[in-house]
Design a protein around this ligand. Structure first.
Ligand SMILES: Cc1ncc(C[n+]2csc(CCOP(=O)(O)OP(=O)(O)O)c2C)c(N)n1
Ligand SMILES: [Mg+2]
Length: 289
């Protein structure tokens, strides 16, 4: 790896750690929240907002910006941490998550939060929003990308498959679909609740060029996005192979890790340990910059 590539990777690692840290602090402050699905997209968000996306935090509504639709809106805290770290709004807002009068409701609201492009939370709907957004951008000769993040459990919503069929039919190659395949949904394993079978094969059969990528590998995510951006005549998708609660070993192993209440058992202690470890990592990472 060249020196520039190494320093770019260490910047992304540092951003990843900051996003993970701020998300955990936010959830800890609230006392509970969607830890599992927030953690599994941290690496993806670091690569998107740290490298791939054309954004201007001082001008969140810039017409040329790349858009992001977090269709699995319950992972809002991870997106908020990312936006705050990248300077879209003050970091102090993070500790007001879900409080009365907050800018940051638990699920993304595009009218309240600078940098949020779509209001989401009702699973499935973000897929159609992204399809419409990408269509609008194409019709107005705007080259911006639309990134769509969908949960594997969310695929239970038929709306996803209508939207995917539309995206594929129209070869909306600038609408990059990422499915967070963390193998779990709200109350168990996706395979037990309503089996999605082989998601990559399914996307391919819908007409998408589809890559399977390790969800904790920053470089692999970046390489996959670069490859997919070169595909000019087809819809494109990534099946992101993740672990629910990724990056926080205690909560990764916890069976019920969708929405965690920190008052339960030793969870607060484990959360505090994870926060301390990340704080140290962030300081160390920053000193290499
Ligand atoms: C239409 C709709 N039905 C149910 C819910 C409640 N709900 C919130 S998260 C979730 C599970 C989603 O699973 P998945 O997409 O796999 O998310 P992740 O594993 O990334 O947390 C459910 C059923 C919802 N938000 N919207
Ligand atoms: Mg899931």
């Amino acid at each position: 790896m060249k020196k520039d590539d190494r320093s770019e990777l260490s910047d992304l690692e540092n951003l990843r750690d900051k996003i993970r840290l701020e998300t955990l602090k936010m959830l800890g402050h609230m006392g509970y929240g969607h830890l599992g699905g927030s953690m599994s997209i941290v690496e993806l968000l670091a690569v998107l907002y740290g490298k791939q996306m054309a954004i201007d935090p001082s001008n969140p509504n810039w017409i040329g910006r790349d858009r992001l639709v977090l269709s699995k809106g319950h992972a809002g805290p991870a997106l908020y941490a990312t936006l705050a770290v990248q300077g879209f709004f003050p970091q102090e807002w993070l500790l007001t998550l879900n409080e009365g009068g907050t800018h940051l409701p638990s699920h993304p609201d595009r009218l309240k939060i600078p940098g949020v492009d779509a209001t989401t939370g009702s699973l499935g709907q973000g897929t159609s929003i992204a399809a419409g957004m990408a269509t609008g951008l194409r019709l107005s000769d705007n080259d911006a990308y639309t990134y769509l993040i969908v949960g594997d459990g969310e695929l239970n919503e038929g709306q996803c498959w209508e939207a995917f069929q539309y995206i594929a039919h129209n070869k909306l190659n600038r609408c990059i679909v990422v499915i967070d395949d963390n193998k779990k949904q709200l109350d168990g394993y996706t395979a037990d609740i309503l089996n999605p079978f082989d998601i990559q094969k399914k996307m391919e059969s819908f007409g998408f060029i589809t890559l399977k990528v390790k969800g904790d590998d920053l470089k692999a995510i970046d390489d996959a996005l670069n490859f997919l951006k070169d595909q000019k005549n087809s819809a494109v998708a990534i099946v992101l192979d993740t672990i629910k609660a990724q990056g926080v070993p205690f909560f990764e192993k916890l069976e019920d890790n969708h929405s965690v209440k920190f008052g339960t058992a030793n969870y607060q202690e484990e959360l505090d340990k994870a926060i301390t470890t990340l704080e140290e990592q962030v300081v160390k990472g920053g000193s290499h910059a």
